[in-house]
Design a protein around this ligand. Structure first.
Ligand code: NAD
Length: 287
């Protein structure tokens, strides 16, 4: 039997209804519309696209979206100053710093200027640290979306074998940490695993496989364990088509559940960002 598709759009619509309800409640408590502020340095086409999808998702749940555009010649200190102003502003509940930043900027220093409770993309060292020790905080949207899709299968995850490929700060590592939190026995693989020739043996035992390497056809279908849950985060352009990191056609013959690319994780991430804003407000209200 072919795998069931885990489609991000359908799950995002369910999440949208839940987040809209929460935002309505918070708007009453705060006596103002919950607000997400994006800060950009000049205008960049990729950043404008992301801003557009943020605005659309925000409007669909009652969040006010604002963009502050600094001059493209602004310094790192100017940008940090703008972030600090937003940190202090009680009318701002979530902050996003739009990428890319100039090569001369220290990205980590800029991101760490965001107050952890307003860090809706969960890019600060503080929020990553909280994830490590399972302390309440915000988690990166793509990683959270992976877990939501895994839970969407309805399968009991307790004690299952999980394998994550890719150890980036925004996807692989937090997905791995969230999987541990779900009591999935988890392993993280990276270029070292690939180079040592061990990738296949790890993938073959995965009941839950999350692939986020950004390498087309990295995982052949023959490696997928029968009945596995396969979450393909990769986005690659190959001959004018968007494909993931898993060979979809062969993998869907062995997996029980699989995300298509496009249409899997991607469509869920922006709504998860709105879910993070709702959670950010709850953290702010506790203080
Ligand atoms: P990254 O380059 O920061 O990290 C890639 C990770 O994969 C690294 O840890 C690296 O060690 C590992 N890796 C690379 N080649 C490997 C190989 N041959 N074998 C094993 N591991 C290997 O990338 P990222 O930001 O985590 O993004 C990964 C992919 O996910 C990209 O295709 C990106 O476009 C996509 N992505 C999708 C979404 C979404 O919403 N769907 C969001 C973020 C990223």
């Amino acid at each position: 039997m072919e795998a069931q598709l885990l489609e991000g759009k359908k799950v995002a619509e369910k999440l949208r209804t839940q987040v809209e309800r929460e935002i309505k409640e918070y708007a009453k408590q705060l006596m103002m519309p919950p607000t997400l502020r994006a800060i950009e340095l000049g205008e960049d086409p990729a950043s404008e696209l992301y801003l557009k999808s943020q605005r659309r998702a925000a409007e669909s749940v009652g969040i006010k979206h604002e963009t502050t555009t600094l001059d493209s010649t602004a310094s790192e200190a100017d940008l940090i100053g703008e972030i600090e102003r937003a940190n202090r502003d009680p009318k701002v509940h979530g902050i996003i710093v739009q990428m890319p930043l100039p090569k001369t900027f220290q990205v980590d220093r800029v991101l760490d200027a965001i107050h952890p409770d307003k860090d809706v993309e969960a890019m600060t060292t503080s929020n990553l640290g909280k994830l490590v020790i399972h302390k309440e905080g915000l988690a990166p949207c793509t990683a959270r979306s992976c877990i939501r899709l895994i839970e969407e299968t309805g399968i009991d995850l307790f004690g299952k074998e999980g394998v994550v490929i890719g150890s980036s700060k925004i996807v692989g590592l937090p997905a791995f940490l969230l999987m541990i939190g779900k009591k999935i026995t988890s392993t993280i693989c990276h270029t070292g695993t690939f180079k040592s020739g061990m990738l296949e043996s790890h993938v073959r035992r995965a009941d839950v496989l999350v692939v986020s390497a950004g390498k087309p056809a990295l995982i052949p279908g023959a490696w997928i364990k029968e009945g596995a849950i396969v979450i393909d985060v990769g986005i690659n352009r190959v001959s004018g088509k968007t494909v993931g990191d898993v060979d979809f056609e062969t993998a869907k013959k062995r997996a029980a559940f699989i995300t298509p690319v496009p249409g899997g994780v991607g469509p869920l991430t922006t709504m998860t960002l709105m879910e993070n804003l709702a959670q950010a407000i709850s953290l702010q209200l506790k203080k």
